[in-house]
Design a protein around this ligand. Structure first.
Ligand code: NAD
Ligand code: 6OH
Length: 484
């Protein structure tokens, strides 16, 4: 049986206990993962501290940038291994992992390698009453050791989205990948070695959250900052833990994202876009639209067309190049999603399509599949309209006036992303600017430019990453004021 080990100070290290890594497409065992106890977490943080003080933190930006490009090259060289590992761990379709997850991992390193070389520093010429004046300028300094905790839905993409800027800024890292998807973070350790990254710069501890590696990492006094992507409730727990030592946090959390489709949209483009926004990665993207508001004149036609599209999505083995919908990540997550499917009926939903579990008549019946599902007819106050489900499911509601759509879209405690579908550009700008979210797309969804601010408001997170916003989180600015 394959083992997945911790990676500390450049060595693969076994912990005292193991837990299984399960393939969600058929429920089979992929590997045994070794769990880091408090002592191993401490060793990882100490290794990171030493590497920060003696090597990585002292390198010039050019050398670090060159090293990050080598990491990207090495990811590309092992492209198929990364795709295979990500597909086995997550059950996501191989075509999706090849198009999205693995290319983005390489791109994350390249973008921050280039940015760190070109990012400007602030400076101000300051007037003084005596006319001698002063010059202020700020320099970036790394934070030290950064703790990185990531979820299972886009494991390598979201991990490297944080590792790359953290390393670019001169920090060293201890990462805690999701217990559901430990493989690609571990492959990345091999890439780090091949790319000449000094021992101790990138460390991995495997395990769970509470009373396990995740919590031990956030409790550690020598960790200087924590960056986390995952559920809002976990964000609350981490915030409580890090409060004791006042660590800076960056949180990318959950969402209950709205899409607003106006009658003047490009109909085919809108249906296709919403189909992606609801069902991509089996609905397990924090940016997915679970609430769709459609203007009344096109409501019936839109629901019917989206239904047909949803029913034509090819569900099957993630290893089949033509598969579009894979399983959910795990049995407990499927139980959660199915509990919402049941609740939707109890809350009075009309089931447009789906709502159950597919049958394959083969090994995939041991996997954690659910049907792509569309509901209509729920009250806006229904739990299924208010709570994040994180599956291939949406509720579609009609609206008449623009203000009504804006008000329904904004009626949520979350605030991650929104999409607006209209050919009226003025309306697109006007509505987009009223969205209480961190990211609004007009006539597109999940179209990413890695230099742009990314994050959420309310329960969807704290802070922004992306471009210079990442550099600002992963470094401290030291302002220097010089009397002239
Ligand atoms: P999760 O919060 O359960 O777990 C995420 C990570 O946190 C895992 O590595 C887990 O082991 C760790 N963890 C759990 N409890 C912890 C604790 N007390 N202390 C330290 N670490 C702890 O999230 P998930 O189920 O893996 O991912 C799905 C959720 O993530 C959804 O809510 C989704 O919306 C959200 N998400 C948000 C974004 C974003 O960018 N906003 C991106 C992806 C996923
Ligand atoms: C959440 O599931 C997706 C997050 C995406 C990003 O953080 C990104 O940088 O594209």
């Amino acid at each position: 049986m394959k083992s997945i080990l911790n990676f500390i100070n450049g060595q693969f290290v076994r912990g005292p206990r193991e837990f299984p890594d399960i393939n969600p497409a058929d429920g089979t065992l992929i590997a045994q993962v070794t769990e880091a106890d408090r002592d191993l977490v401490d060793q990882a943080v100490r290794a990171a501290r030493k590497a920060f003080e003696l090597e990585w933190g002292r390198l010039g930006t050019r050398e670090r940038a060159t090293c990050l490009h080598r990491i990207a090259d090495a990811i590309e060289a092992r492209f198929d291994c990364f795709v295979a590992a990500e597909v086995a761990d997550t059950g996501k379709p191989i075509a999706l992992a090849s198009r999205l997850d693995v290319p983005r991992a390489a791109a994350n390193f390249r973008v921050f390698a280039d940015l760190i070389k070109t990012a400007p520093l602030e400076s101000f010429q300051t007037d003084t009453p005596d006319g001698r004046n002063a010059l202020n300028y700020a320099v970036r300094k790394p934070l030290g050791v950064v703790g990185i905790i990531t979820p299972w839905n886009l494991p390598l993409l979201l991990l490297t989205w944080k590792v790359a800027p953290a390393l670019a800024c001169g920090n060293t890292v201890v990462v805690k990948p999701s217990e559901e998807t430990p493989a690609t973070a571990t492959l990345l350790a091999e890439v780090m070695k091949e790319s000449g990254v000094p021992d101790g710069v990138y460390n991995i501890i495997h395990g769970f959250g509470t009373n396990s590696a995740g919590e031990f990492l956030t409790q550690h006094p020598e960790v200087n900052a924590v960056t986390f992507t995952g559920e809002s409730q976990t964000g609350t727990a981490i915030m409580k833990t890090v409060a004791a030592s006042v660590k800076p946090v960056s949180f990318e959390l959950g969402g209950k994202n709205a899409a607003i489709v106006f009658a003047d949209c490009d109909f085919d483009e809108a249906v296709s876009g919403i189909c992606d926004a609801v069902f991509l990665n089996t609905g397990q993207v924090c940016l997915c639209a679970e609430r769709v508001y459609v203007q009344r004149p096109i409501f019936d036609r839109f629901v019917e067309t989206l239904k047909n599209k949803a029913e034509s999505l090819r569900m099957g083995s993630p290893m089949d190049q033509s598969t579009q919908i894979g399983p959910l990540i795990s049995k407990p997550h499927r139980e959660k999603v199915l509990s919402y499917y049941k609740l939707a009926r109890e809350e009075g939903a009309t089931v447009v399509t789906g709502g159950g579990v597919p049958e394959f008549g083969n090994a995939l019946d041991g996997g954690f599949y659910v049907q792509p599902t569309i509901y209509t007819g729920l009250l806006e106050s229904a739990r299924c309209v208010k709570e994040e489900i994180f599956g291939p499911v949406c509720h579609i509601a009609p609206f008449d006036e623009e203000e009504e759509a804006v008000s329904m879209a904004n009626d949520t405690k979350y605030g991650l992303a929104a999409s607006i579908w209209t050919t009226n550009l003025k309306r697109g700008h006007r509505v987009a600017q009223q969205m209480n979210v961190g990211i609004t797309w007009v006539n597109c969804w999940f179209l990413r430019d890695l230099r742009t601010p990314f994050g959420g408001v309310g329960l969807s997170g704290i802070g922004r990453e992306g471009g210079v916003h990442s550099l600002n989180f992963y470094s401290e600015l030291n302002n220097i004021c010089i009397r002239l």
